[in-house]
Design a binder for this molecule. Sequence first.
Ligand code: PRX
Length: 652
Amino acid sequence: MSDIVKPTFQPNREFAKQARIKNMCEYNDLQTWASEDYEGFWGHFANEKIDWFSPYSQVLDESTAPFYKWFVNGKLNVAHQCIDRHLATRKNKAAIIFEGDRGDKQIITYLELYYNVNKFANLLKNEFGVKKGDRVVIYMPMIPEAAYAMLACARIGAIHSIVFGGFSAEALKDRIEDADAKVVITADGAYRKDKPYMLKPVVDEALSGNTPVQKVLVIERNNEEITWVSGRDYSYNELIKHQSTKCEAEVMDAEDPLFLLYTSGSTGKPKGVQHNSAGYILWAQMTMEWVFDVKENDTYWCTADVGWITGHTYIVYGPLAMGATTVMFEGVPTYPDAGRPWKMVEEYKINQFYTAPTAIRVLHKMGEDEPAKYDLSSLKVLGTVGEPIDPPAWKWYYEAVGGSKCAIVDTYWQTETGGHIVSPLPGATPIKPACATFPLPGIIAEILDPQTGEKVGVGEGGYMCVTRPWPSMIRGIWGDPERFVKSYFGDVKKDGKPVYFTGDGAVYDEEGYITITGRTDDVINVSGHRMGTAEVEAACKKHPNVAEVAVVGKPHELKGEGIFAYIVLKSEDTMAEEMEMVKEINKVIIKEIGNIAICDDIVFVPGLPKTRSGKIMRRILRSIAKGEVITQDISTLEDPSIVATIEVKVKG
Ligand code: PRX
């Protein structure tokens, strides 16, 4: 480990050695340290936490801002950080505990993980010719092989791009093409609610026609019949038998890309968010330690899917980087009943449980009394992520699940931030229900007025920004540097300099606590999944009878936000045909994006509220969808009378 960059300011406690921040004094000390000696702070933690192959020469290079470089010239390997370095002390410790949909179980120790990942890495390298820098798409269910695939890519320096298994063939195809991927790793399928479902046919469809993909690796999970394309498709179960358990970890530069993850923006197609090696893994590990306070013998469970950033950082990379035991679950939390998660908490003696508010709402609604049937006394920290949590869900989580004794960490972050940026620290931050509280130590984040760039006052509301680069921040949008600069550094300037804008609004209370108020752009949050209204609109337009469409979010009791589409048809239809049309349009959406983008409401309207320059006034449409009284000035619309017509249609 290097000790090349010595911090100039030394705190009076050995913070880096303890994973816990015990109180707000320690929090304040750390924030003071970061603000007085930013590079010293980060250099100190990088030295403490990362097992460098060779030292970095500079902590932060801002010369090509906003294309920041962290830990310049440092060499490491993320798979080594997550596995090899633990072998001396944790080889027999459970790295992954897997529970399948049907209750099948596997415990994978760090030593077994090491062998499995090495074999997987050798397979990719030797059988498929995957090299450092190649892109590999992973389209997988929640099985341990998904984690092996990620770590195998990291081991040989390939850049993985996981596509959530709920996305359609079209969506998969777009992501494969944008990343110019050479290999796809998938499974025949998996199990959901005790029944097999399929993934491989979706891959086949995505690869029909021209494709950059040369090889497909298929993990046989449910052994249902699938089509094999000769010379392209290979069975993992067969090939893995012949691989060596030794595979040298590739020496990676701190700034070599680790993965791409496509996420929705306010316009256009999803963007390939790029995360690089050292900064990402450092913050994944630090936040894992600080926010979840995981002790050596703890068992931690995050219910996300590896297809989203939460699964990347807080099922695989964060827990393994710190040497923790992480639970992976293939099934559905409400199957066979809404007591499933609590049964698992009891069985595995889970200490930290991390999920989305949508899951909490569903579990509450479907099984209010279920937690009481199980012994949940092992729980210490409960986390939420992905969307605001409403007070009733929070209260039930705190009382019924946490027994009014667990800290609840409402973690605010995004695909682009790599890890948490605003979150309580368990046991240290006095919590307030449904409040993300304060920026984590090292994160210099403020709510700014977009016009003046000044910090907003109490209760005023403004834009949630991060005013200094941080190690795990997005490094770019794959293949589109201009879009990167425009998307994140175009809206807010502080002291004349562009700062990172999250796209979220937020507000301070009188004690300086931060509450996230939601997106300020045309991105909606459905069950904690981010969806661009532009993407849903583009899908709707693929229907031959759709002339115009505007999609907005509408509060939804369980999903947080639902999708509401206003559609102008090319030919006017009768009521009966309209109902048929709703089904047809949703079918097109499923084909183009997947089930997650199905519209909750589709209303056919004769026109949309547009300004004279043709811009659709979405704010008006959002208000109508919510059933609010229209207070906006509509006199500037091309046809103000359309507002009343739409209101009647929606109420009808
Ligand atoms: O609007 C914020 C919301 O989710 C968005 C990020 O979505 P995604 O990149 O898919 O990552 C989700 C998992 C980190 C944010 O811009 N969001 C995330 N966490 C919270 C939240 N909104 C309120 N409270 C949160 N704790």
